[in-house]
Ligand binder design. Structure first.
Ligand SMILES: [Zn+2]
Length: 439
């Protein structure tokens, strides 16, 4: 089960060592132009190297490996078996480059968080051309870095598109006990290659908003705390600059939609512990973008982010970033609701209308469709992605939305949304708008 000897395959390329890891010296004196390179190049890689066989956010591990198979024959990529999932699906690392600085990226340790896994496929396609085509950025990454990618760490979870693994464990809370095969694999790869830099690639709640600004967060970044005091030591400070570089580039792609993730130290989580073990660790969380139900736009944003970070590490250009670029980011601040209807009078049969606000969420925050009531009452402090001003109007729940008992009716939290906004309390008055399935 523990293919430890296989890790020796990394040994020839992994000379970096924990907190004392050597990193590439800076060769770039124009940080702006370096950033420029990676925004345009990232867009181009995302478009020209998009692995078309993966085009929705839910896919299985066999589908993924068959999609990237064509690139893995490239002499520029090395595939290393590193373990197996609980159900025996193979876990493999793909390595690019032979440089002195080792960078480790792993994705989808939560099975329903696949955005970065898609982006890694596109990047592997681009990397696979290194032997046949010259590209200054790619050549620089290949000569300065050894990039080890472990996509879809939790293939059993991905099979059901769920967060946890096959025995219900959240792998990102298993760093201390290492009870799961997947966590043991992640720890073993980390110990084998001792990466100087690491990227922990996730998707966060699609309804998360950043404050100030109250915008839906597309990308949240974090240089996780390495200790409960939340201090910025040398390792975390470097990670902060890498995150700052990612923000600098992405602000020109998705302005105002980047935030900082909660930085409370979590001793059960891999990112936090890796930072304490000396790897400069950046967490990248994909949230959501408008009109991007399968996260294909966010996939492009991930390609730009990862490429920008790799290049900044290869050139040493991240050191020219300002810590304030990281510190001054908006912060993840809870969730918005999908829709709030403000100031409508709810019309219940046989009762006087009650003037309230009503919020509801779609079952799928990305695709919309079926929705359920979330809260009714004074929702002045609630932030919504879509606000309907219904002052002076009347909200008529359809019978199917109401619960009946002994001849009386209830409007309950969680009820399936099926209602009509009308001009009057009369059920025949003019319709302003319908919500949910038509009565
Ligand atoms: Zn996650």
């Amino acid at each position: 089960m523990s293919p430890r000897p296989l890790f020796l395959l990394f040994a020839t390329t992994a000379v970096a060592c924990g907190g004392a890891a050597r990193t590439a010296t800076s060769t770039a004196s124009h940080p702006a132009s370096v950033a420029e390179c990676c925004l345009d190049l990232g867009r181009r890689v995302a478009a020209e190297h998009r692995v078309a066989a993966i085009d929705v956010r839910r896919f299985s591990q066999p589908q993924y490996w068959s999609a990237i198979e064509p690139f893995l024959t490239s002499p520029s990529l090395r595939v290393t078996p590193v373990g197996a999932s609980t159900h025996g699906l193979p876990l493999r690392a793909i390595t690019f480059g032979r440089g002195p600085t080792t960078v480790f990226l792993w994705s989808q340790m939560h099975g329903d968080e696949s955005t970065a896994t898609m982006a890694l496929a596109d990047l592997m396609s681009w990397m696979s051309r290194a032997a046949s085509e010259r590209d200054p950025v790619r050549d620089r990454i290949a000569s300065q870095l050894t990039v080890v990618m472990l996509p879809m760490l939790n293939p059993d979870g991905a099979e059901l598109f769920q967060r946890e693994n096959a025995v219900g464990v959240d792998i990102n809370r298993d760093v201390r006990r290492l009870a799961t095969a997947e966590a043991r694999t992640l720890r073993a790869v980390r110990d084998s290659i001792k990466p100087a830099f690491g990227f922990n690639l996730h998707d966060q709640n699609a309804r998360t908003i950043g404050r100030p600004g109250n915008q839906r967060v597309a990308i949240a970044l974090l240089a996780p705390a390495a200790e409960a005091t939340n201090a910025f030591g040398a390792v975390r400070s470097d990670a902060r600059l890498v995150a700052a570089r990612i923000r600098s580039v992405l602000e020109r792609e998705i302005p105002g939609r980047i935030a900082r993730y909660d930085d409370t130290f979590n001793p059960r989580a891999f990112g936090d512990l890796m930072q304490s073990w000396g790897t400069r660790l950046v967490l990248i969380e994909s949230g959501a973008l408008p009109n991007d139900p399968e996260k294909q736009q966010l996939r492009r944003v991930n390609v730009i982010a990862i490429l920008s970070a790799l290049d900044a590490i290869a050139t040493g250009g991240y050191r020219t970033e300002n810590a304030d670029t990281y510190t001054a980011m908006p912060v993840n601040s809870g969730s918005a609701v999908d829709v709030v209807i403000r100031g409508a009078a709810v019309v219940m049969p046989g009762q006087s209308p009650v003037r309230v606000d009503l919020s509801f969420n779609y079952d799928d925050p990305l695709r919309g469709g079926r929705a359920r009531v979330r809260e009714i009452g004074d929702l002045d402090e609630v932030t919504a992605f879509d606000t309907v001003d219904a002052a002076g109007l009347f909200l008529h729940p359809a019978p199917a939305m109401l619960t009946e008992s002994r001849g009386a009716l209830w409007l309950r939290i969680g009820a399936p949304v099926q209602m009509t906004l009308r001009r009057g309390a009369d059920a025949a008055s003019e319709v302003v708008r319908e919500f949910g399935a038509r009565p």
